[in-house]
Design a protein around this ligand. Structure first.
Ligand code: MAN
Length: 561
C-alpha cells in the first residue's frame, strides 16, 4: 500500500501514541477495545473474513468496509458512523454493510467525560473542545494548530453545573413531596367533610320527619280548634275583611269610570268645536243639502243642551271618596280590625264578675290558660296579625328551615364527592395547587393561569379580560425541544399537558382553548405563551408538580453509623 509523506506521518503519530498510551490504537473507545487486542492480526469488526496486518490500523487508508481499521484517523469518515446508542456489531459475522462499526474517534477527556467525536472532525484543524476537551482529535496539528488540554477546567465547570442541577432537582423533588403531603391533607379534609355531611344529613332527615309530623299535628289541631271564626276579630273580623275588599274594588271601579267620563267629555268638546266652526263658516249660498241638514241638527242639539243639566258629582266629593282609608279619612278599618272583641274574648269577660284585688291574679291565670288552650289547639291564636296561628307558622318555618338545610347540604355533599372523583394527577398533586395562579406579561397582555380553574388573557390597556379556557383534564404529549441554558424549557420526552377548553368565543373562530405544557422547575412559573392558531394558545409552565420523584436522602440508622 502506497502512502504519501503526510499520511505516513499521521500513521506514525497514530501508532506512536498506541504504544505510549494503553496499548490500544488511537481513537478506540473502551467498548471496542476487545477488537484491537490481538497483536498479530486485525479482522474488520463487521467483516471478520477480512484480516489485516496490525500496521494497517490507523495507517490513514480505509481498508475495512466498516471503517474499523481507522479508529484514530478521518480516513473512513465517508462511512456513516454507528450512533453511540446502537448495539455493538461484535457478534455480527460476515455482514457487509455501509455503516462504520465505530461511533467515532474516542476522546478520553481525562478529568472530564470521554466522548466520541465524528471522524470528520479528526485533524480538521479546529479544536472541538465541547466534544474533545483534551484536544486529542487534533494530534496532527494541521496548519500548526495546538489544542491544549482543557479537560480540568471544563470538567470542573461541568461537575459544578451537574451538582447545581442535582441540588435543584432535589429541591424541586422536596417541594413536590411537600405538595403531595398538602394534597393528602386536602383530600383528607374533603373526605372528612363528606362523612360529616353524611352524618349531618342522616340527623336532619330524622329531624325533618319529626318536624313534618309536628307540623301536620299542629295544623290538624288548628283546624279542629274550638273557635272557628278564623282570622282576626271573630265574625266582625271576617266582615271587616270582606267590606274592606269590596270598598277597595268599588273605589277602583269609580276611579276607572271617572277616567272614562273625562275622556268622553274631551271628545264631546272637540266635536262641538268642529260643529260650531262649521255652523259659523259654512256658505248658505251653496245649496248643499247635506251641510244644511248637519247645521240644522247641530242647532237643535245646542238648544237641547241649554236646558237643565242632571246633577253632577262634584270634584270634592270624588276626592273625598277616593281618599285612602285611615284614621282621619274614609273608614278607619283599624278600629274594627284591632278590636279585641273576638268570640274567644268571652273568657276575658269573666273578669267583670271577679272582685277587684284578685283581678291581676286571675288575668295571669287566664292568660296561661289561653296559651295552654292555643298550644293544645283548643283556641285559635287570634291575637297575631297573620291568618295562621303562630304555632302553625313556627312549625312550618322550622320544617322549611330543615328542608333548606338538607338541600344545601346535599348539594355540598355532591360537590365534595365529585371533587374526590376528579383527576388531580398522580398523588393528587394538583390538589395542592388548585386555586393558585401564575402569570406573566407578554406583549399587550398579562396572562394568568389558575391551576385546575381557568386561563385568562388580561388586557394591559384596560380592554378587559378574556377567558382562554376552563380546566377540563390532564393529558400527556411528547415534547421535542432543545434544552435552554436557563433551564426554562420543556426539553424532550413525555410531558403533562393540562387542557383548558370552552373559553370565550373567538370572533369568526372557535371558542378559545389553551394547552398548558408542564416541565419540572423549582417554583411555579409561567414561562411562555404562544398563539399558534387564532384563539388556540399554548402556555409553557414550570412547576415542581412535573418533576421526577427523587428519593428522599435516607437517614442512616444508629447501627449504620
Ligand atoms: C383578541 C385576543 C387575541 C385573539 C383575537 C381574536 O385580540 O384574544 O389573542 O387572537 O382576539 O380575534
Amino acid at each position: 500500500m502506497r502512502r504519501t509523506g503526510a499520511l505516513a506521518l499521521l500513521s506514525a503519530l497514530a501508532h506512536g501514541s498506541l504504544a505510549a498510551a494503553n496499548s490500544l490504537p488511537r481513537g478506540v473507545g473502551p467498548e471496542f477495545a476487545r477488537f484491537y487486542t490481538n497483536k498479530s492480526a486485525f479482522t474488520c469488526i463487521s467483516n471478520p473474513s477480512i484480516t489485516l496486518e496490525p500496521a494497517q490500523i490507523n495507517d490513514n487508508s480505509c481498508d475495512c468496509p466498516d471503517g474499523s481499521d481507522e479508529p484514530g484517523t478521518a480516513a473512513c469518515s465517508h462511512i456513516d458512523s454507528l450512533s453511540p446508542e446502537q448495539p455493538l456489531p461484535g457478534s455480527i459475522t460476515g455482514t457487509t454493510n455501509t455503516t462504520n462499526a465505530l461511533p467515532g474517534f474516542w476522546c478520553a477527556n481525562a478529568g472530564h467525560i470521554g466522548n466520541y467525536v465524528p471522524f470528520m472532525y479528526v485533524n480538521d484543524g479546529v479544536c472541538d473542545y465541547e466534544l474533545c476537551c483534551d484536544g486529542s482529535d487534533e494530534f496532527a496539528h494541521v496548519g500548526g494548530i495546538q489544542c491544549e488540554n482543557r479537560c480540568d477546567a471544563i470538567g470542573k465547570e461541568h461537575r459544578r453545573l451537574e451538582e447545581e442541577r442535582r441540588q435543584s432537582k432535589e429541591r424541586s423533588a422536596k417541594r413536590k413531596r411537600t405538595m403531595a403531603k398538602e394534597a393528602r391533607e386536602l383530600r383528607r379534609r374533603v373526605e372528612a367533610r363528606v362523612s360529616t355531611l353524611k352524618a349531618e344529613l342522616e340527623g336532619l332527615e330524622i329531624k325533618k320527619e319529626e318536624l313534618q309530623k309536628k307540623y301536620e299535628e299542629v295544623e290538624r289541631s288548628e283546624r279542629n280548634k274550638v273557635v272557628k271564626a278564623g282570622g282576626q276579630g271573630g265574625r266582625l273580623g271576617v266582615l271587616v275583611g270582606h267590606a274592606k275588599a269590596r270598598v277597595a274594588k268599588l273605589r277602583d271601579a269609580l276611579d276607572k269610570l271617572l277616567d272614562q267620563r273625562d275622556d268622553l267629555q274631551d271628545r264631546v268638546e272637540q266635536l262641538e268645536d268642529i260643529l260650531t266652526k262649521l255652523k259659523e263658516e259654512y256658505n248658505p249660498n251653496f245649496n248643499d243639502e247635506g251641510v244644511k241638514a248637519a247645521v240644522k241638527a247641530w242647532e237643535d242639539y245646542a238648544a237641547g243642551q241649554a236646558g237643565e243639566k242632571p246633577s253632577e258629582i262634584s270634584d270634592t266629593e270624588i276626592t273625598e271618596l277616593l281618599k285612602e282609608d285611615g284614621e282621619s279619612s274614609g273608614i278607619n278599618w283599624a278600629e274594627f280590625e284591632n278590636s279585641e272583641e273576638s268570640d274567644a274574648d268571652v273568657i276575658y269577660n269573666w273578669e267583670a264578675y271577679l272582685p277587684g284585688p284578685v283581678n291581676d291574679f286571675v288575668r295571669d291565670k287566664i292568660e296561661l290558660l289561653r296559651v295552654w288552650a292555643i298550644e293544645k289547639g283548643i283556641l285559635a291564636d287570634n291575637r297575631s296579625g297573620a291568618k295562621e296561628s303562630r304555632l302553625v307558622t313556627a312549625a312550618r318555618e322550622a320544617l322549611n328551615a330543615v328542608k333548606n338545610d338538607i338541600s344545601s347540604k346535599k348539594a355540598n355533599l355532591e360537590e365534595q364527592q365529585r371533587d374526590l372523583e376528579k383527576d388531580y394527577g398522580v398523588d393528587d398533586i394538583f390538589r395542592a395547587l388548585k386555586g393558585k395562579c401564575v402569570n406573566s406579561d407578554v406583549g399587550e397582555y398579562n396572562y394568568e393561569l389558575c391551576w385546575m380553574e381557568r386561563a385568562t388573557q388580561k388586557s394591559k390597556k384596560g380592554h378587559g379580560n378574556t377567558n382562554m379556557g376552563n380546566f377540563v383534564r390532564i393529558d400527556k404529549e411528547i415534547a421535542d425541544e432543545e434544552e435552554r441554558p436557563d433551564g426554562k424549557s420543556l426539553g424532550r420526552g413525555e410531558r403533562m399537558v393540562l387542557r383548558y377548553e370552552n373559553g370565550q368565543g373567538c370572533w369568526n373562530g372557535p371558542q378559545r382553548r389553551t394547552d398548558v405544557w408542564l416541565a419540572c422547575a423549582e417554583v411555579d412559573e409561567l414561562w411562555r405563551v404562544t398563539e399558534s392558531e387564532k384563539c388556540i394558545y399554548k402556555m409553557e409552565v414550570g412547576t415542581p408538580a412535573a418533576c421526577e420523584d427523587v428519593q428522599e436522602p435516607r437517614v442512616r440508622t444508629k447501627d449504620e453509623l
